[in-house]
Design a binder for this molecule. Structure first.
Ligand code: NAD
Length: 370
């Protein structure tokens, strides 16, 4: 019997699925999959780091359950979310003679989840896939909700599809091999859920942070609470026409900074989100919407988690304020030239604001940049 600490159901009608959270689900995956999806073959997509650290556990468990599997290993990093690697995955799945009814497994962080999910959405006009997220970011965010895709020269995530997984297996023990900087980056998304509309969760995070960082019982609880939050939002707004945009708190500034730094190691996605969330709170304070002490409290907690909270902490020179603003305008959250931001009235009180004045954003960035 698999040891499951938490189950979150994503109630999306015929696209409904479970998120199972437990301490050793990769070792138990073979039995779980054989029971839920009898008679399938499996195409595992992973990256070179995860292949080294976690793939042997999954492969052994599929072997033990007698499940046939092929593996496609890609280079690690954001640049793998490309047209070229999409082709590698699609052609690899076809070469492995996987049928439409077979299953793709995305074993890795958000990069692998987004890429393998998109490849599943388009190979043979749509194959089923299972998310096995191995980074904190992927466990609390990217593996849930069905947004899949790759990056374009025009920006991040501009090419993709909504394609829900059939199952998510979040094995908490995989986080033990995740580098601490990556753990911290994922933690930015954990804090985000509190900051959107759950101030009680943000309080709880402030109290339980040490146990979460050390992999204690609070880690599983935090992952489950984040997944439940994301599931609620996705059920309400699967295709992001409304409230789902709240999940982008901190992402408009964050994406612009990520683009400016070339999606490189200079700034990880979660680090951009961390700086972006502090900027969103500070900008809201400047606009007279939120109390100043809340921005300070957010920054203090993210700093404690080892995250950058200011643009000055990004190594190397940033581009011009005009280019940052252009990146914000290029972001897909723009509607007919007006800037859309997630602003806040304080911790846990985020809201979507359409038509933010680009001049005000320009002046704010000038003030905040090093
Ligand atoms: P990632 O997939 O690049 O993983 C981060 C690094 O950690 C990589 O080097 C990876 O090889 C390594 N790694 C992952 N798990 C490991 C493990 N258990 N042990 C050792 N190394 C491990 O990045 P990420 O932060 O997981 O995801 C970021 C991506 O997710 C971005 O492309 C972002 O756009 C996307 N994203 C998607 C959604 C969505 O809804 N689809 C939401 C948020 C973010």
């Amino acid at each position: 019997m698999a040891e499951i600490d938490h189950t979150v159901h994503v109630a999306l009608g015929e696209r409904a699925y479970d998120i199972l959270i437990g301490p050793r689900l990769l070792d138990e995956a073979g039995a779980l999959l054989a029971e839920r999806f009898p008679g399938r073959r499996y195409g595992i997509v992973t990256d070179e780091h995860v292949a080294k650290a976690q793939l042997p556990r999954l492969a052994a468990s599929l072997d033990a359950a007698g499940l046939e599997h092929e593996t496609i290993v890609l280079p690690a990093g954001e640049s793998t979310k490309s047209y070229q690697k999409l082709e590698t995955v699609v052609e690899g799945l076809l070469a492995a003679r996987l049928e439409r009814g077979d299953l793709v497994i995305a074993l890795g962080g958000g990069v692998i989840g987004d890429l393998a999910g998109f490849a599943s959405a388009i190979t043979r006009r749509g194959m089923d896939f299972v998310q096995m997220p191995t980074s904190l970011l992927a466990q609390v965010d990217s593996s849930v909700g069905g947004k899949t895709g790759i990056n374009s020269a025009h920006g991040k995530n501009l090419v993709g599809a909504f394609h829900q997984p059939k199952l998510v297996l979040a094995d908490l023990s995989t986080l033990k091999t995740l580098p601490p900087r990556q753990f911290a980056a994922g933690y930015a998304e954990v804090a985000k859920y509190g900051l959107i509309d759950d101030p009680g969760f943000f309080d709880w995070l402030e109290t339980h942070f040490d146990d979460i960082r050390d992999g204690g019982p609070s880690l599983g609880e935090a992952v489950a609470r984040c997944c439940a939050h994301k599931a609620r939002v996705v059920i309400e707004d699967e295709r992001e026409t409304g409230v789902r945009a709240l999940l982008n708190l901190g992402h408009t500034f964050g994406h612009a900074l990520e683009k400016d730094t070339g999606y490189s190691d200079r700034l990880l996605h979660g680090e951009g989100v961390s700086i972006g969330m502090v900027l969103a709170h500070t900008f809201s304070t400047r606009l007279g919407l939120a109390p100043g002490q809340d921005a300070g409290r957010v920054a203090a907690h993210l700093r404690r988690a080892g995250l950058p909270t200011t643009m000055a902490e990004i190594p190397g020179a940033l581009g011009s304020t005009e280019s940052l603003l252009a990146a914000i305008a290029q972001d897909k959250k723009v509607q007919r030239g007006a800037l859309t931001f997630i602003l806040t009235r304080g911790i846990g009180q985020a809201f979507i604001e359409h038509g933010v004045d680009p001049q005000a954003v320009h002046a704010f960035l000038e003030e905040m940049r090093p």
